[in-house]
Design a protein around this ligand. Structure first.
Ligand SMILES: NC(=O)c1ccc[n+]([C@@H]2O[C@H](COP(=O)([O-])OP(=O)(O)OC[C@H]3O[C@@H](n4cnc5c(N)ncnc54)[C@H](OP(=O)(O)O)[C@@H]3O)[C@@H](O)[C@H]2O)c1
Length: 343
């Protein structure tokens, strides 16, 4: 059996659900793929960090966080190290970046990834900051060091977006894409169509746990811009940051606009778009009207859609229906399985 050691940076919603999948699938991975997956490091911002080179007991770690909101002070695995030093000390084979997104510069996740590469670790990130801000440089460091760099979960959770292109559309050039990629705005616009006002809709999105406490990241289109930058950097070699995406959010859309659109058999959706013009990749986030019946109009509540234009395969689309946290964790798990296969 091959032992593979992971270091989890962040132990929030995504990381905890991924840990549950590791617990559930551990025996299957050993029996079927001959891999014994062990987590040797866990870092958090405020709940403590753990190291155990034999493998942290994930069930205990999950229970401690759920019971006390932090790791036990009595735990022999508890270390008093910052995140960078915990990554180094974990001696892991793979670092999994699951810390919070910093929209303005992608840090400190970029530093976490550089640290992992410096320690000869492969990297899986669900945090889109590094892909939106620094993809090309990080990819080239990974290649120079013969290390893998996976990021499927950064756009549309576990739905295969990057892998769709990488593994199933060989030889296709990506000419552009158009998508509905931000859950919060899609949810709010849908609620407004049913007559609820803006503030009420934001409050419900927050209480259901997918909008940020500060919803401006979603409302002003920053999250969609980060996803647009990530997709165009990876699929179209755009070499841009979220600041380069022309961005209009939904804050100027009034209940009246949404209801008028409905009367005209249209829906308003926040769209992420990229296309090539004069050899340059142009990227935009903006509210757009769609006729009822258009596939974009059917993407409701927290669902998302990405439609990719290619030179040899025309247009191809993927829809993710109302995902839960398991779909996020699956994206990370699928990256791990692909990484093991490629190693
Ligand atoms: N949730 C989703 O459905 C989803 C979907 C796709 C992608 N993602 C991405 O996945 C990442 C994690 O999301 P989440 O929902 O799990 O977030 P979350 O619940 O807020 O958890 C974030 C975790 O990161 C830790 N953290 C923050 N800064 C850190 C640092 N400097 N060093 C070490 N740990 C640090 C936090 O520590 P504390 O516990 O001490 O606060 C927390 O444990 C984000 O980048 C998000 O954008 C999430």
């Amino acid at each position: 059996v091959n032992i593979i050691k992971l270091c989890l940076v962040g132990f929030g919603n995504a990381s905890k659900e991924f840990s549950r999948i590791l617990i559930e699938k551990g025996e299957w991975l050993k029996a079927n793929l001959d891999y014994d997956i062990r987590v040797t490091g866990i870092c958090t911002n405020s709940k403590g960090s753990l190291i155990n080179h034999q493998g942290i007991d994930l069930k205990t770690a999950l229970r401690e966080i759920s019971d006390n909101g932090k790791f036990s002070q009595e735990s022999p695995d508890l270390v008093n190290l910052n995140t960078v030093n915990t990554i180094r000390a974990s001696k892991a084979d793979v670092m999994v970046e699951l810390s919070n997104l910093s929209i303005k510069d992608g840090q400190p996740a970029i530093t976490h990834i550089e640290t992992a590469f410096d320690c000869n670790m492969h990297v899986i990130t669900a945090n889109k900051g590094p892909i939106a801000w620094d993809y090309n440089r990080l990819l080239s460091i990974s290649k120079q060091n013969n290390l893998k760099f996976f990021h499927e979960t950064t756009v549309m959770d576990g739905a295969p977006v990057f892998n769709l292109v990488k593994y199933t559309l060989p030889g296709c050039k990506i000419l552009g894409f158009k998508g509905i990629l931000n859950t919060t705005t899609n949810f709010i616009l849908e609620k407004m169509e049913n007559g609820h006002d803006y503030d009420e809709s934001i409050k419900e999105a927050q209480s259901r746990g997918f909008a940020e406490a500060d919803p401006s990241l979603d409302i002003d289109g920053w999250d969609a811009a980060a996803k647009t930058a990530a997709l165009s950097n990876v699929l179209m070699d755009a070499k841009i940051s979220p600041f380069d995406v022309e961005r209009t959010g939904i804050s100027n859309i009034k209940l009246q606009d949404v209801l008028e659109a409905r009367n005209q058999n249209k829906k308003i959706k926040l769209v992420s778009e990229a296309y090539i013009s004069n050899g340059r990749v142009i990227t935009k986030v903006y509210p757009c009207y769609f006729n009822i019946g258009d596939v974009f109009s059917t993407v409701d509540m927290t669902s998302s859609l990405l439609s990719i234009s290619t030179d040899l395969m025309g247009e191809i689309s993927i829809i993710e229906k109302n995902p839960e946290i398991q779909q996020t964790a699956y994206g990370i798990y699928s990256d791990l399985l692909n990484l093991l296969r490629d190693m």
